[in-house]
Design a protein around this ligand. Structure first.
Ligand code: NAD
Ligand code: UDP
Length: 349
């Protein structure tokens, strides 16, 4: 296809699966990552899984670099003809964002600004941005549509919201600039080979990696944050989406922006939810994980977590209408694939 995509944060959880899908789709890929929350060995695993497309001559490079390093970015953009950028690099833990707001604003907002500046300088005009369902704050209507009110309730969510607004302004001011703001709900699961998955450095913050670590005995028990929410079983409800479905959604988004889909191209500024449309409570996820994997996940009820939203479920219709995308993998696959990854690799490579 002879089109090069720059993927910031491409060694991370969603990034690594997306890079694999981009290579399978015939794109040349450049990964830019500082490995703050990933391990460089993931790149060799991607190569192994993408042997076939790589044997046809595709290019797959990486740069160990901070996305805020503007001088470094300039060198990368100078040396390559980049067709589009997928920007995953960032910090993503709600609790940590209360403790370290400076780091969150600096990395998430500063990184996005540095990247946009360099993209404009080199006339690279297609950007896919990793946003989050957290920009909806405490939604009034479930399932949530893209045109719902926006009002993030924690520092991490606020950094995503401000990046969305910043990129919207850039788009309004420059008719050549195209942005897709992708609002992910809760990505979980792993590649079915067990070679790619989620491997956070240190103690994970998200539910699924914690469930995996408890099931494997690496951690004694799971704390369920609150069982007094206004939901059927009292625990929070989320819309869990398999990371491979999400990765495929990124490829379709980029193809649409580059005019490579048979459907009409996305508008210059598009906002898309990526979720399944199905709500699952914390207890339901734990029960499903135990049942399909035949393991125990000892758990107890703990106080509510600051900044948690009771229910977040997507209306994913717009992604279907504009890209023909829908989630194909169910909660059972998410639990099985996450557990296979845990068993084959542990969370620490
Ligand atoms: P991740 O931590 O696994 O991946 C992020 C990658 O970015 C890591 O490889 C990390 O090393 C890298 N990185 C961090 N700071 C960097 C910097 N300053 N310069 C260069 N690289 C840097 O996270 P993920 O789950 O793959 O999330 C990817 C994106 O999606 C993030 O922007 C996140 O906010 C967003 N998102 C994630 C979720 C989720 O639940 N996983 C939900 C909504 C949105
Ligand atoms: N959760 C939990 N225990 C944990 C981690 C998470 O009960 O140790 C709950 C959390 O309160 C939320 C859901 O699991 O309701 C998903 O949390 P996660 O951090 O994975 O994603 P979020 O939707 O908060 O970004």
């Amino acid at each position: 296809m002879d089109q090069t995509v720059l993927v910031t944060g491409g060694a991370g959880f969603i990034g690594s699966h997306t890079v694999l899908e981009l290579l399978q789709a015939g794109f040349d890929v450049i990964v830019l990552d500082n490995f703050l929350n990933s391990d460089p060995s993931v790149l060799a695993r991607i190569k192994r899984l993408a042997q076939e497309p790589l044997s046809l001559g595709l290019s797959f490079k990486h740069f160990e670099m901070d996305v805020r390093d503007e001088a470094g970015l300039i060198e990368v953009f100078k040396a390559h003809r980049i067709a589009g950028v997928i920007h995953f690099a960032g910090l993503k833990a709600v609790a940590e964002s209360f403790e370290q707001p400076l780091a969150y604003w600096d990395t998430n907002v500063g990184g996005t600004m540095a990247l946009a500046r360099v993209m404009k300088r080199f006339d690279v005009n297609h950007l896919v941005f990793s946003s989050s369902a957290l920009v909806y704050g405490l939604p009034k209507l479930i399932p949530i549509q893209e045109n719902s009110e926006l009002d993030a309730v924690n520092p991490y969510g606020r950094t995503k919201l401000i990046c969305e607004k910043f990129l919207t302004d850039v788009c309004f001011a420059d008719s050549r600039f195209n942005v897709a703001l992708l609002r992910y709900f809760n990505p979980v699961g792993a590649h079915s080979s067990g070679l790619l998955g989620e491997s956070p450095n240190g103690i994970p913050n998200n539910l699924m990696p914690l469930v995996c670590q408890v099931a494997s005995g690496e951690r004694a028990q799971l704390s369920i944050f609150g069982d007094d929410y206004d939901t059927a079983d009292g625990t929070c409800i989320r819309d869990y989406i398999h990371v491979m479905d999400l990765a495929q959604g990124h490829v379709l988004t980029l193809k649409s922006m580059l005019g490579l889909l048979s459907l009409p191209a996305l508008s210059r500024l598009s906002v898309l939810n990526f979720g399944t449309g199905q709500g699952v409570s914390v207890k339901e996820l734990v029960d499903c994980f135990e049942a399909v994997n035949r393991v125990k996940v000892p758990h107890s009820i703990a106080p509510r977590r600051d900044g948690d939203v009771p229910i977040l479920v997507a209306n994913p219709n717009k992604a279907f209408e504009s890209l023909g995308w829908k989630a194909n993998r169910n909660l059972i696959s998410m639990c099985q694939d996450a557990w296979r990854w845990q068993q084959q690799n542990g969370l620490h490579l």
